[in-house]
Design a protein around this ligand. Structure first.
Ligand code: 5AD
Ligand code: SF4
Length: 435
């Protein structure tokens, strides 16, 4: 009997890429059975699903391709997919002749053709995958990622994504609901809705579709039998209108964690970034959310040292941190990206200044995190177990997205337990199952 082919797939970047990797695995398996391997040396197909949002990983990509080329099996194919593929296109073949195919973030449905065709490339950002019916593959049986839109229409001046994922198109509601039903029937109690800009859902479909917005979609998804928890990422602070906040607060299936990418606390810098909101709007939305949903966890993304960011601008970001006290923060030094407007702006910030600002922001956030964690001592939380860790520990998420671990049996995977927090740490709350 012929052995099944082996696929090694490395996924960088965001949740969108995680889902795109699942799509590629499912597509490849349509015609031929592939098994996943964690060893690139034994793979027949090696895929790197790339991210281009910052410069460093893009640099690392080429040395990584070199290492794969050196150690791969004879005849194994190497593919570069995702956002850096969209952005660099044929340059990847020129800089790394060992690469066999290049497939953009918007073209992942063509993976089978890519593997079978010599030097295949498709990086068309106008290609419409929004109605493409992918076959099914999910890394987890407990949680299902479901795309609700592709691309992004915003023109944030620092961001390369509109150039890698193209214009925003919403996926038809009926397709989304059908996918949620399928996942729920297979046991996924948690549904994670994905898009670059989820709360702009419904603004543009590729065909004629009934009018609906994100709040309407959330309600539809929550009506699917078997769905117990709904999460989504990323919403845009600009589109956090009252209707959206009310649906978020009142629907008992929507998990009480909200990602609110701040980027900067300075209205002047937000203008330069073309974010479309002010510091006051952001604070108003965050405070309203805290007031409507007292146990909400708010996460954020921050960029420090955007061109022209003065000390006073940076203090505004620190001020928002003090006022909102984010439960989670992803923070980055500004990294100039090709094709973006900010890359040609004046006022570059010296690297030592950027590092010092990032360190100050992260240092203060760590203190806040310690305080937030400390306040969880003795609290009881509903935790959905997703993973068995070493030494009999289970890991899962509370309804407001705290990572919780407790001793427990693997038979609890996919089950929700009440957990009392006994040892809260900055990144993990340890506890014990109560019921
Ligand atoms: N430089 C630094 N960080 C960036 N991000 C996006 N583009 C850049 C850039 N050019 C960050 C933003 C975004 C997150 C995914 O990555 O904070 O929300
Ligand atoms: Fe990276 Fe953005 Fe592409 Fe996600 S969409 S992989 S974060 S560049």
């Amino acid at each position: 009997m012929q052995e099944t082919k082996k696929l090694f797939i490395e996924t960088l970047g965001c949740a969108m890429n995680v889902r795109d990797s699942e799509h590629m695995i499912a597509e490849l398996n349509k015609d031929e059975a592939y098994t996943l391997t964690t060893s690139a040396e034994e793979a027949d197909v090696i895929v790197i699903n790339t991210c281009s949002v910052r410069e460093k990983p893009v640099h690392k990509l080429f040395s990584e391709i070199g290492a794969f080329a050196k150690h791969k099996k004879a005849g194994a194919k190497i593919g570069v997919c995702g956002c850096t593929a969209s952005h660099l296109g044929a340059e990847i073949f020129r800089r790394a002749p060992a690469v066999d195919f290049v497939l953009g973030a918007r073209n992942v449905s063509k993976i089978t053709k890519a593997v079978r065709t010599s030097k295949f490339m498709d990086v068309d950002i106008d290609y419409d995958e929004s109605t493409y019916a992918f076959s099914d593959f999910r890394h987890s049986t407990h949680k299902a990622y479901v795309n609700i839109s592709i691309g992004c229409d915003k023109q944030c001046t620092y961001c390369i994504v509109p150039h890698t994922r193209g214009e925003e198109i919403s996926i038809p509601t009926a397709l989304i609901v059908a996918e949620v039903e399928k996942a729920a029937a297979k046991g996924a109690k948690e549904i994670f809705l994905l898009g670059q800009n989820v709360n702009n859902y419904g603004r543009r479909f590729s065909g004629n579709e009934p009018k609906i917005n994100f709040s309407g979609l959330l309600t539809r998804v929550s009506e699917v039998v078997g769905v117990e928890r709904i999460r989504f990422t990323s919403p845009h602070p600009l589109h956090m209108d009252d209707e959206f906040l009310e649906v978020f607060a009142s629907n008992p299936k929507i998990c009480k964690s909200m990602h609110m990418p701040l980027q900067s606390g300075s209205t002047h810098i937000l203008n330069q970034m073309k974010r479309g909101y002010t510091k006051e709007w952001f604070l108003d939305r965050a405070m309203k959310l805290r007031q409507m949903v007292p146990d909400v966890a708010i996460s954020t993304d921050v960029i420090v040292a955007f061109p022209g960011e003065s000390e006073a601008d940076f203090e505004e970001t620190m001020d928002v941190l003090e006022k909102v006290r984010f439960e989670q923060m992803f923070s980055f030094k500004y990294s100039p990206r090709p094709l973006t407007k900010a890359a040609t702006m004046e006022g570059a910030i010296a690297s030592e200044v950027a590092s010092a600002r990032l360190a100050r922001l992260q240092g203060r956030h760590e203190q806040i995190l310690d305080e937030i964690a400390g306040a969880q001592l003795g609290k009881q939380m509903q935790v959905y177990w997703e993973e068995a860790r070493e030494e009999g520990m289970l890991a899962g998420r509370s309804f407001s997205n705290f990572l919780v671990q407790a001793p427990g049996d693997a038979s609890l995977l996919g089950v929700t337990s009440l957990v009392r927090i006994t040892n809260p740490r900055r990144l993990v709350l340890y506890g014990e199952v109560v019921a």
